[in-house]
Structure formats: structure tokens, C-alpha cells
Ligand binder design. Structure first.
Ligand SMILES: NC(=O)c1ccc[n+]([C@@H]2O[C@H](COP(=O)([O-])OP(=O)(O)OC[C@H]3O[C@@H](n4cnc5c(N)ncnc54)[C@H](OP(=O)(O)O)[C@@H]3O)[C@@H](O)[C@H]2O)c1
Length: 331
């Protein structure tokens, strides 16, 4: 496994982060394909054995049960200081705003609840899961800074935002001497590259780490066009993100397959190796222990200029999808 230290932090993380959205009680959340505790533990064990030390969960995953499973497995399998744990809070709901709960109160409550579910006394990387349109960014940054000052959070990060929003937030943090966002988790993979419009340049120039999600396009970049899986059939959220562009995307996926044959490696390894050249540490989901092998294999794949060109040249701009499509200011 390769490792990278995220700039301006002492977080030394594996070059791939294990996405934990697929872990948790399938009766309790938005996904019906998630793994129970024993299967979760098996995958986390394989990840640790492969050298992965970076785990990404969220309060929103399966009603908090992903956090519970991750915390329990980490406790049973390793020591807290051997891993880097990222989790996320979601902004206040309209009902919570209506009830007069302040943004600060909300963040502190979410943090305490995540710590309880994880059964940990600190979080390494605490994310704002999606941009909070109802809270002035000053208020959010001040509250998150207090989380850092309290010692319950080591660093803060943001997911699903535009580069200008991240730039503004970090300028405000800098002006006030508050903790800045050190990482951003956007949607980025070979068939969804809208982060290349502005985010990649912003991050490269400002030392913000990119830790993108759905590195394999929810599995599409890991298997031949037409091959299916339990998740591919059941994951309505991912269908909503990828079905509309499938015709265009499939041509790129075919090329991933061709290169995998040429190099005698898995499609997972090709797709992840490409993304690893662009970002600090992609967040990758796994639903079977053997999936970890693809991540490890990606560490040793390199490309010639022609191969890069071959993988990249067919891409055309996509409409924003998922959370970003509903953002104020999205197109
Ligand atoms: N911040 C956000 O808003 C946000 C949104 C989405 C995800 N995330 C994070 O990103 C993580 C990953 O996202 P994701 O699960 O959507 O997408 P992903 O990493 O793009 O895809 C994961 C899927 O790829 C397949 N796979 C993985 N390794 C494989 C291998 N070696 N061989 C064959 N298939 C393989 C599996 O599919 P099958 O199960 O079909 O076999 C797995 O479920 C999540 O767990 C979560 O932590 C964050």
C-alpha cells in the first residue's frame, strides 16, 4: 500500500480510503443493499490487512448504523491510533431550523452523536456532508473550529460543494484564525469529471486534498458493460446519477476493459490508478473482501501518455447529478 500525508495535517493516509456507505442495517436507511455487521467486519479486516488505514463513513449512512459498525469493527480489529476516521454531518433540516435549533447547537449535537455511535473520543476528519444553504458560512466555520479546539475533531473537510464555496469558506477561516477545510470529497471518476472544471486547480494551488467519492462510479468502472450485481440492480441513487449518460460512459468503460486486458490487471485497478494520479486518496466502496485486491493492484499500475489520452479523450461535460444538481447556483 502507498501512503500520502495530507498537506497541512499530520494525517498519513493510505492512497485509497475505504468507503463505508455500504455498511449498516439495510432496514434503516436509503440503501437496501448494505452489509450486516459480520460482512462489514470481514471487509474492514481485509482492508486493514491490505494496509488501508483510512475509513469514510457518515451520520447519514443507514441511520447511523454504518458509524456503529465501523466503530465496533475498528475496536475489535485494531487500535484507534492506527486508523484515520472520517465522518460527516448533514445540515439542519427545515424542521430543525423552524424549531429554533442554531447551526452551532446542531453541529455539536451531530458530533456528539457520531462519537457515541463510533464509540470513539475523537474524529480525524469531520465533514460538512453537503453545502449548507441555510447557514452563513461564517457560522459554520466558527462552530467547526470550536469542534477542533475542543479536541473532538482533528481536521475539518467538506463534501459536495463548488470550488468558489470552498475558497470563500477557507478565506473566512484564514481571516479569523479558524481551522480551514483541509480536504474536499466531491464526485469524481473516469466517467464523471466535472471536478476538473475548477476544483482540481483550486485544490492543487491551495494545498487542499481531494478525497473523491464513487471512485468506481458505484461499480460501473469495475466491470464490463452489461455485467450486473446485486448493488447495480438495487442502487436507485446511483442509477439516478449514471443512467442518463450511460451511452457515452459505456464507451469509456469499454476502454477501461481494453486497457485492463492489455496490462493484465483488473478494471478496478485501471480506474483507480487513473484517479490516483489526480487526487490524494479516492474513496472506494467494497461489498466483498476480494474487492480489496483491486485497490492494492491499482498501486502498481502506471500509464503512458498515449494510454492516458486513450482513457480521457472520449469524455464530454456531464450535467451535475445527485446532491450537486440540487445545490443553489448549480446549472
Ligand atoms: N460524500 C458523498 O456525498 C458521497 C456519496 C457517495 C459515496 N460516498 C463515499 O464514497 C464511497 C464509495 O462510493 P460508492 O460505493 O458509491 O462507489 P464506488 O467506490 O465507485 O463503487 C463501489 C462498488 O464498486 C464495486 N467494486 C469495488 N471494488 C471492486 C472490485 N475489486 N471488483 C469488482 N467490483 C468492485 C462494488 O460493486 P458491487 O457491490 O456491485 O459488487 C462496490 O459496491 C462510499 O462508501 C462513501 O463512503 C460519499
Amino acid at each position: 500500500m502507498n501512503y500520502v500525508t495530507l498537506p497541512d495535517t499530520d494525517l498519513k493516509v493510505s492512497k485509497a480510503c475505504l468507503g463505508c456507505m455500504g455498511f449498516g442495517d439495510a432496514q434503516k436507511g436509503m440503501h437496501k443493499w448494505t452489509l450486516d455487521y459480520e460482512s462489514t467486519k470481514e471487509i474492514i479486516k481485509s482492508a486493514l490487512e491490505a494496509g488501508i488505514n483510512f475509513f469514510d463513513t457518515a451520520m447519514g449512512y443507514q441511520g447511523g448504523t454504518s458509524e456503529e459498525y465501523v466503530g465496533r469493527a475498528i475496536k475489535e480489529l485494531t487500535q484507534r491510533n492506527q486508523v484515520v476516521i472520517a465522518t460527516k454531518y448533514v445540515p439542519r433540516s427545515p424542521a430543525q431550523i423552524e424549531a429554533g435549533i442554531s447551526a452551532k447547537q446542531h453541529i455539536f449535537t451531530c458530533l456528539e452523536n457520531s462519537l457515541k455511535r463510533l464509540d470513539m473520543d475523537y474524529i480525524d476528519l469531520y465533514y460538512l456532508h453537503m453545502w449548507d444553504n441555510d447557514t452563513p458560512i461564517e457560522e459554520t466555520m466558527e462552530a467547526l473550529n470550536e469542534c477542533v479546539v475542543s479536541g473532538k475533531v482533528r481536521y475539518i473537510a467538506v463534501s459536495n460543494c463548488f470550488a468558489w464555496q470552498l475558497a470563500q469558506a477557507n478565506e473566512i477561516a484564514k481571516h479569523n484564525g479558524w481551522a480551514p477545510f483541509v480536504a474536499v470529497q466531491g464526485h469524481y471518476n473516469l466517467i464523471f469529471r466535472e471536478e476538473e472544471r475548477e476544483m482540481v486547480n483550486y485544490c492543487n494551488q491551495n494545498g487542499v486534498s481531494m478525497v473523491p467519492y464513487s471512485a468506481l462510479a458505484a461499480g460501473r468502472l469495475a466491470r464490463k458493460v452489461g455485467e450486473s450485481s446485486n448493488r447495480l440492480e438495487k442502487d436507485a441513487f446511483a442509477k439516478g446519477k449514471y443512467d442518463a449518460s450511460a451511452e457515452m460512459d459505456n464507451q469509456i468503460i469499454e476502454r477501461v476493459y481494453e486497457l485492463s486486458l492489455k496490462k493484465n490487471v483488473s478494471m478496478t485497478a485501471i480506474s483507480l490508478a487513473w484517479l490516483m494520479t489526480k487526487v490524494a486518496s479516492p474513496v472506494v466502496g467494497a461489498t466483498k473482501p476480494h474487492h480489496l485486491a483491486g485497490i492494492v493492484e491499482a498501486m502498481s499500475v502506471t500509464f503512458t501518455e498515449e494510454e492516458f489520452q486513450y482513457l480521457e479523450e472520449l469524455y464530454q461535460p456531464h450535467k451535475l447529478v445527485g446532491v450537486m444538481a440540487n445545490q443553489k447556483g448549480s446549472r
